[in-house]
Ligand binder design. Structure first.
Ligand SMILES: O=P(O)(O)OC[C@H]1O[C@H](OP(=O)(O)OP(=O)(O)O)[C@H](O)[C@@H]1O
Ligand SMILES: O=c1cc[nH]c(=O)[nH]1
Ligand SMILES: [Mg+2]
Length: 209
């Protein structure tokens, strides 16, 4: 069964509050999304395996640890997921980055694909799908399907704000995919927006509204 992790770290919660504020403009919004993504990456990577190696310091040989597990991959869901990439890459610079282009049709709320480009060695990587908003879950389920169809096996989903409906739909469809969020909000409104949420993440990141 999928595990749902809600990050209640005070720094994440503080930054999320500023992000939600309707007065926060695109420059600060972008900075905050990246900072929260970086803090979430730090928390999320706690379980990565390490192994002991020897390293020569200027004084002596030390036994110390390095990452030893599978290679990593970040897959932002366009557009809004792009806002999380830089912050996560700061902590895990060796990760490869794939892209999934999908938008939610505003009338039907169904996902519409427009671009997919993923690293060829997907089966060998631990994959982190990134999207700030998990609303109905339609885009998330579609994106995980797309990654699995191309051979991805170890997938996690990372989001800033989720609606209970989206978490349910994603974990029902993909019980093997753990979900990491900074907040679970109350509900969806009649247009499929998260309440209270933060509005349209893509528009707020890129200033398109
Ligand atoms: O859970 P869902 O109901 O599918 O909604 C969530 C999706 O909606 C938003 O993208 P949007 O379609 O606005 O595209 P954008 O990132 O280009 O703005 C958001 O970034 C998710 O991808
Ligand atoms: O609240 C929502 C729901 C979907 N997409 C967004 O950007 N915000
Ligand atoms: Mg949008």
């Amino acid at each position: 069964m999928a595990r749902v992790h809600v990050f209640d770290h005070p720094l994440i919660q503080h930054k999320l509050t500023i992000l939600r504020d309707r007065r926060t403009g695109p420059k600060e919004f972008r900075e905050l999304v990246n900072e929260i993504a970086m803090l979430m990456a730090y928390e999320m990577t706690r379980d990565l395996p390490t192994e002991e190696v020897e390293v020569e310091t200027p004084i002596a040989v030390a036994r110390s640890r390095v990452l030893a597990g599978r290679k990593l991959g970040l897959i932002p869901i366009l557009r809004a997921g792009l806002g999380m990439v830089e912050g996560m890459l700061r902590l895990i610079p060796a990760a490869k980055v794939g892209h999934i282009g999908v938008y939610r049709d505003p009338a039907t709320l169904e996902p519409v694909e427009y671009y997919v480009k993923l690293p060829p060695d997907l089966p060998e990587r631990d994959l982190f799908l990134l999207d700030p908003m998990l609303a109905t879950g339609g885009s998330a389920v579609w994106a995980v399907d797309a990654v699995k169809r191309r051979g991805g096996t170890h997938v996690r989903f990372v989001s800033l704000i989720a609606a209970p409906e989206g978490i349910r739909r994603l974990t029902d469809a993909h019980p093997d995919v753990d979900v990491y969020v900074a907040a679970v909000d109350e509900r969806l409104d009649e247009h499929g927006y998260i309440v209270p949420g933060l509005g349209d993440a893509g528009d707020r990141l890129f200033g398109t509204k």
